[in-house]
Design a protein around this ligand. Structure first.
Ligand code: GLA
Length: 441
């Protein structure tokens, strides 16, 4: 059985739960018999049949294919969740998450200011719910994040008099935090964003309080503590705008240095806060390659595509940057025009083509949010705008961008099959020509 979802043909096991097709066949046989219309079928029975078929069609139409299944041989598909989703008070979005994603990241609940708001005072209430949701649904659970300059309370860096503490004091606080939080979810959270956004746009180290007080080796220390706290956990460096050359080179140099010191680092997270045109897909591909070469796994950790006009030329993704709302910068309050919708769909198709090309090194693609309604881009860099950066609309319905991503997956998997077929056809020339040169070359 094949199902057509808005022009995308998918085979039954990937798209329709067995119960749907079983029910359909069962009901059709019940009413029609195996050799056509049952002559004794009554008018009410035909009505019931039509209503049932209509309901089934609607159910199929409302139940789009699951991204996690479509990409199951390529990479994990994740989403960043807020409490209403992982506590399941928002049932529409919780259901969508369970159906579509096999990895989750916490939008805020594991950040220092929430989980460790005061000295010696931890609050695991929401983090426990987040982890429980992931475990219950057998998802890859990400810990985001341990060490960052943002959303970290000021007391962390200060003594009773309000002065910066010394290196040893801050190292002790860092160690205690990492051991407590990572230790609490040891064996449950599988990968941690250990350090978030340590770099400036020019690739030098950001002069955060961490660096000012501890020195450049604060990153190595954070990774070492995390590894000690849970030796099995994957450990990541995570940052935005690594597609820009200076920042990418800075990140590569930083990671090489950590590797040469024997620090365990498993992967790099490219946040992926993209615009409709920037960065180019070539830049994205080059960035993935740069980190692949270091033997790292690459993750797209906070994917979204901002369709709204930017108040400045180079925006980045620093959450402390905010602007007042000048007129004209919130143009789509009544819906996204079709032309922009199509542009967004094409952008997602192009991005997923690159991700699929690098599927051997990409282990996860995580969206920053589930539906357009709960994206941070409604409030950043200008508060109160109407943004459309994700694959699901405000009602949790798939957008044309979702369909474009499905089509990309389908086209790529068709290409993979034809490549492997032509590879097997090419094989004899390899046998005759062990140097690997093309015959005649
Ligand atoms: C950064 C952080 C995330 C989140 C986003 C915006 O990218 O890594 O935790 O705060 O900004 O919401």
């Amino acid at each position: 059985m094949q199902v057509v979802f808005s022009g995308v043909v998918l085979s039954a096991p990937k798209t329709v739960r067995p119960i749907d097709s079983m029910n359909a066949e069962y009901i059709i046989n019940l009413f029609l018999g195996s050799r056509g219309i049952n002559k004794r079928m009554t008018r009410p029975a035909i009505m019931v049949l039509l209503v049932t078929l209509a309901a089934l069609t609607t159910a199929c139409a409302q139940d789009p294919p699951a991204l996690k299944n479509i990409f199951r041989n390529d990479f994990l598909i994740g989403a960043a969740l807020n409490p209403s989703q992982f506590c399941e008070s928002n049932t529409v979005e919780a259901t969508l998450v369970k159906r579509q994603f096999n990895s989750i990241s916490p939008e805020n609940v594991l950040k220092w200011e929430n989980i460790h708001p005061q000295p010696g005072q931890y609050d695991f209430t929401l983090a426990d719910r987040y982890v429980a949701f992931g475990l219950k649904n057998k998802m890859f659970i990400v810990g985001h994040n341990l060490i960052w300059h943002s959303q970290t309370p000021d007391w962390v860096f200060r003594d009773d008099k309000g002065n910066y503490v010394d290196r040893d004091t801050l190292l002790a606080r860092m160690r205690e935090h990492i051991f407590t939080v990572v230790g609490c979810y040891k064996g449950k959270i599988s990968g941690w964003d250990v350090v978030n956004e340590a770099l400036n746009e020019d690739g030098t180290l950001r002069d955060s309080p961490w660096r000012k007080i501890i020195g450049d080796d604060y990153l190595a220390k954070a990774f070492e503590f995390a590894h000690e706290a849970d030796p099995q956990a994957a450990l990541f460096y995570n940052d935005y705008a690594l597609e820009n050359e200076p920042k990418r080179s800075g990140a590569a140099a930083l990671i090489k240095k950590l590797q040469s010191q024997g620090v365990k680092i498993s992967g790099v997270g490219l946040q992926g806060h993209y615009g409709l045109n920037n960065p180019s897909v070539q830049q994205v591909g080059k960035t993935i390659s740069a980190f692949e070469k270091l033997g790292l796994k690459v993750m797209i950790t906070e994917l979204d595509v901002n369709v709204l006009p930017s108040p400045t030329r180079s925006l980045g993704a620093d959450i402390s940057t905010r602007y007042e709302s000048p007129a004209g910068l919130n143009p789509y309050t009544n819906g996204l025009p079709d032309a922009v919708q199509q542009q967004l769909a094409q952008r997602y198709a192009d991005l997923f083509s690159v991700f699929l090309k690098h599927r051997d090194s990409i282990s996860r693609v995580t969206f920053w949010g589930v539906t357009d309604g709960n994206s941070w881009l409604n409030d950043w860099p200008i508060r109160g705008r109407t943004s459309y950066p994700l694959l699901f609309d405000r009602d949790g319905k798939p957008k044309p961008a979702f369909e474009a991503v499905l089509k990309t997956a389908q086209t790529k998997s068709a290409m993979k099959i034809s490549e492997s077929e032509s590879a097997s056809v090419r094989q004899p020339s390899t046998i005759f020509n062990p140097a690997g040169k093309k015959p005649g070359a």
